[in-house]
Design a protein around this ligand. Structure first.
Ligand code: DQA
Length: 145
């Protein structure tokens, strides 16, 4: 059966391309969705790519994933990575494996980005490769599910 992977993007990622292009690159959010869909197609995965600026919605998606039907997740919680115990707790309740991704490398940026509340429960973290962070995460998950 085709494995189902949810790719959940947090705040401001919908503005990719327009937002701080020197940090996040010029690819748009639509480009991100297309890159994920293309990689998933190559790997034989079914992907559902979502973005929200609303923390409660993000937590709700994690609850839905924890309730079943999702084989793996790619999480870019964006700013909530560094701030949200709620997102961390919801991610900790997942039984499916997840990879945390970042377009930029938070460890090479401001100190407040050096802490990730969400990485502890992840299979691994891929950061700093732009859209390739997502492609690499899907490849890593495809090899394990
Ligand atoms: C980000 C890194 C975070 O520090 C930042 O708040 C984001 C995007 C990234 O993908 O590089 O919004 O998660």
């Amino acid at each position: 059966m085709t494995a189902v992977v949810w790719i959940l993007n947090g705040p401001n990622l919908g503005r990719l391309g327009k937002r701080e292009p020197d940090v996040y690159g010029t690819a748009s959010y639509d480009d991100l969705v297309a890159a994920c869909a293309a990689t998933a197609g190559e790997l034989g995965l079914s992907v559902d790519v979502r973005q929200t600026d609303d923390e409660a919605t993000y937590v709700g998606w994690l609850h839905d994933a924890a309730d079943g039907g999702v084989d793996a997740l790619v999480l870019n919680p964006a700013a909530w990575t560094h701030t949200s115990v709620a997102v961390r707790d919801a991610a900790a309740a997942l039984t499916a494996p997840y990879v945390e991704v970042h377009l930029s490398n938070p460890l090479a940026r401001e100190e407040f980005r050096h802490v990730s509340y969400t990485a502890a429960g992840a299979l691994g973290v891929i950061a700093g490769f732009g859209l390739d962070s997502y492609r690499l995460a899907l490849k890593a998950l495809a090899a394990r599910i």
